[in-house]
Design a protein around this ligand. Structure first.
Ligand code: MG
Length: 258
């Protein structure tokens, strides 16, 4: 058994992690994890990907503050933008995929009918994401109406409402999980060589990718734990430790790290 684990441990893998309260949140464990990840990337060609709801500006702030290592790819703005190899522009192949059934101007003009929708800061308005604040007490009434108005316009869009305040309207074919599959195909990683890490509801799309390995950190939010309990899978590991400590624990459990 021990031998088998070591054989797995020397292989490269596709490492994908959410940032807030998953990779970031325990500085000491992050320091250790960064070191281990750099090592496996150098020795085996492991690819490191951050998948976050943050826009480029808010990502850069966190990267500087926490001294995050340079990823091989970035999935930003809840999966609507993929950045590869440190280039400043979103991947055009991915953007092209998202374009069908999407019309930003129509989304924006449809939303103006709803006074409850307060636009988020300009930095959070992206080519394939229109973002608002929506108070929780209005959400149950506004969301179905908004959805039906958008459908009437013939758009293929998805509403993502999270943390009782943030509303993102994005193309139907866009989420963190589909973005990871896009990268996996590009880099030729099978699902068994892919491991995703997360802590909250907007990471569910990451964990929903079939046969991929998943690590839920010990500090996960109730909505993710509830989903995990309702959709149990052997390929998913529920860590005891928090944040980067939980990721280390999970990588060892799956044999990706010794
Ligand atoms: Mg998070």
């Amino acid at each position: 058994m021990v031998k088998l684990t070591r054989e797995v441990a020397v292989a490269k893998f596709l490492f994908v992690t959410d940032l807030d309260n998953t990779l970031v949140g325990d500085d000491k464990a992050l320091f250790e994890l960064n070191h281990r990840l750099e090592q496996t990337r150098q020795e085996h060609g492991t690819k490191i990907v951050y998948a976050t709801g943050r826009s480029p500006i808010l990502y850069q702030e966190l990267k500087d503050e926490k001294n995050l290592i340079e990823p091989d790819s970035l999935i930003l703005a809840v999966g609507t933008e993929i950045y590869l190899d440190g280039t400043g522009a979103p991947d055009s192949e991915w953007s092209k995929k998202l374009s069908s059934g999407w019309n930003r101007d129509v989304v924006v003009s449809t939303t103006t009918q709803f006074s409850e929708l307060i636009p988020q800061h300009d930095s959070e308005q992206r080519s394939f994401k229109v973002s608002f604040f929506l108070q929780e007490e209005s959400a149950a009434r506004v969301l179905p109406q908004l959805e039906s108005e958008l459908q009437k316009s013939g758009l293929d869009v998805k509403l993502i409402y999270s943390s009782g305040i943030d509303l993102d309207i994005v193309p139907l074919g866009s989420d963190k999980g589909q973005a990871v599959q896009f990268l996996g195909q590009k880099w030729k990683f099978v699902a068994e060589q892919t491991v995703v890490c997360g802590d909250s509801g907007n990471d569910i799309a990451l964990f929903a990718v079939e046969a991929g390995r998943g690590i839920i950190v010990g500090n996960a939010r109730p909505e993710l734990l509830q989903w995990h309990n309702e959709h149990p899978a052997n390929s998913r590991y529920l860590a005891t430790n928090f944040c980067a400590g939980g990721i280390l624990e999970g990588l060892q459990y799956f044999g990706f790290l010794e």
